[in-house]
Ligand binder design. Structure first.
Ligand code: BEZ
Ligand code: FE
Length: 286
């Protein structure tokens, strides 16, 4: 009878009585882990209240465009871990990386080779090219490649009134041999939003809020699992310290200078422009 430090975890779990077995399992696991955390940390009353106040500020920072809870999950590596577990893929298949908060549905379908940088002069010219392939090495024709990235100033278009609507976004269809290509500006590292409680938490624990330069992709095709991913610049100063733990070795690539005049001419870029080549490998839908 009665609650004690020893029995409270079992008592709380014993109250779970949903007809939904998965809900009971998840809640029971949550209670066990929260109680284990409290037993290990032994927070004082002041520490517990300051934790509650932090979570309250996280909620208050959320609105229709800002999702501070996802940012919290991202910066604690929870999103990246969840993505690894929920998207286990066979060796050789393109790995996933966090979606992030800046994806927008409805980017325009553009002809292969189009420039997704709409009229902003800043940034270094870059050609991105590659193929979409099956795990067995066959080309995937008609795959949809949905691309987005931040501008040279480190901001996505919806964060920045100076950029045209849907700047640096576009959709492409791979050709009959699986090839895709587009022009853009070379991505740069940028800070994730630091003006909220997550920013406070990062400074408090001595962390920065930068992501290494990357381009986001969602690649999908009939009969295959869609992949949400990012390709990263190997030379980026933050490549080994991404604030949201999205970098996987297989997604880190070299940007090269185009030194072949024929290639530059064929793709409508200047000699010396940057060039990124990446082949997506899709997993068959189960
Ligand atoms: C992004 O890469 O767009 C991103 C990912 C997670 C948090 C913030 C931004
Ligand atoms: Fe990003």
């Amino acid at each position: 009878m009665g609650i004690s430090e020893e029995n409270i975890t079992d008592v709380v779990i014993g109250t779970l009585n949903s007809e939904n077995a998965r809900l009971n399992d998840v809640m029971s696991c949550l209670v066990r882990h929260l109680h284990a955390f409290i037993r290990e940390v032994e927070p004082t009353d002041e520490e517990w209240i300051s934790g509650i106040e932090f979570l309250t500020r996280v909620g208050q920072k959320c609105d229709t465009v800002r999702q501070e809870y996802i940012l919290l999950s991202d910066t604690l590596g929870v999103t990246a871990l969840k993505d690894c577990i929920a998207n286990r893929k066979p060796e050789g298949v393109t790995e996933v990386a966090v979606l992030g908060p800046f994806y927008r549905d409805g980017a325009q379908l553009l002809p292969l080779g189009s420039n997704i940088s709409r009229g902003t002069a800043d940034g270094e010219e870059c050609l991105v090219r590659g193929r979409v392939m099956t795990a067995a090495g066959k080309p995937v024709a008609g795959a949809l490649i949905d691309v987005w990235q931040a501008a040279d100033n480190g901001l996505y278009e919806q964060q920045d009134e100076s950029q045209p609507e849907m700047n640096l976004r576009g959709c492409f269809l791979s050709d009959e041999d699986g090839f895709y290509s587009f022009r853009t500006v070379k991505p740069k590292y940028y800070p994730i939003p630091g003006d909220g409680p997550v920013g406070e938490m990062l400074s408090a624990v001595g962390r920065h809020n930068y992501r290494p330069a990357h381009i986001h992709f969602i690649v999908s095709a009939e009969g295959f699992e869609p992949v949400v991913t990012q390709i990263y610049d190997r030379q980026d100063p933050y490549i080994d310290s991404d604030a949201v733990f999205g970098v996987k070795e297989s997604l880190v690539k070299d940007f090269h200078r185009i030194e072949d005049a024929g290639l530059a001419r064929d793709f409508g870029v200047s000699l010396g422009a940057w060039f990124l080549e990446y082949d997506f490998v899709l997993n068959d839908a189960g």
